[in-house]
Design a protein around this ligand. Structure first.
Ligand SMILES: *Cc1c(COP(=O)(O)O)cnc(C)c1O
Length: 221
């Protein structure tokens, strides 16, 4: 991998373009979210300089620590929360983030609806699905998805789509295909799927948002 953030970004963008060409999709229809969790502001600045504006973090406090300042310096940044959200952090998350990828349970639907009211601000949410039905994994069980979606709709949560992190270490394509089907079945546009190791496959299977950390920033410490 290149030492230079501009080169790494260009390489990822070229891979996106290649996958889109094969899939007969437009690169503009795939949003690249640069996952900057664990990386300090100094590592993020080169990507901002290279023109990247969409970023993702997995912890509210860590994101506040870096992005309140970075955002002052660079207008037009779009910030996505891709990690588990505790209900007691809903207000802070709503204040900071432009999109939430980890809506996964009824209690969080309630907490977010309340936070939106309080802040007079709506943040689009992806419902995270535990697509591999794994015990330790975050996300709503597939069998509970219809209920959770109707609760979110009843609470006027703006639904962006579905999000998943497939089981580690095995071929992700079947899980991406399953998630695309679930999104179709429920009339949801957005598909947040694909990370550094598998975003090309995810694009082939309809990803609208890919979440790429390592390929842009290098290994996390
Ligand atoms: C860390 C993380 C990513 C990025 O993973 P890489 O393999 O470093 O690209 C994507 N999605 C979520 C939910 C993450 O926590």
């Amino acid at each position: 991998m290149s030492e230079n953030a501009t080169d790494r970004l260009a390489a990822v963008e070229a891979e996106i373009a290649k996958a889109c060409k094969i899939a007969r999709r437009e690169p503009e229809d795939v949003s690249l979210i640069a996952i900057s969790k664990t990386h300090p502001a100094g590592a993020i600045a080169p990507l901002l300089d290279a023109g990247q504006r969409v970023f993702g973090e997995n912890r509210v406090q860590e994101a506040e620590g870096k992005w309140l300042q970075l955002r002052e310096e660079t207008p037009g940044v779009e910030l996505h929360l891709v990690g588990q959200l505790q209900s007691n952090k809903a207000d802070d998350a709503v204040a900071l983030f432009d999109c939430i990828h980890s809506l996964d349970r009824p209690s969080l639907v309630k907490a977010l609806a309340k936070a939106f009211d309080k802040a007079d601000k709506q943040v689009p949410c992806f419902v995270q699905v535990n697509i591999g039905d794994e015990d330790q994994k975050g996300g709503c069980a597939i069998k509970d998805l219809p209920d959770l979606l109707s609760q979110a709709r009843d609470a006027d949560i703006p639904l962006a789509g579905l999000m998943c992190v497939p089981p580690f270490g095995i071929e992700a394509a079947p899980y991406f295909a399953l998630m695309a089907k679930l999104a179709d079945d429920h009339g949801l546009e957005g598909r947040s799927m694909g990370m550094s190791g598998d975003f090309e496959t995810a694009i082939m299977l309809g990803a609208t948002h890919i979440r790429v950390g390592t390929a842009l920033f290098g290994e996390r410490g």
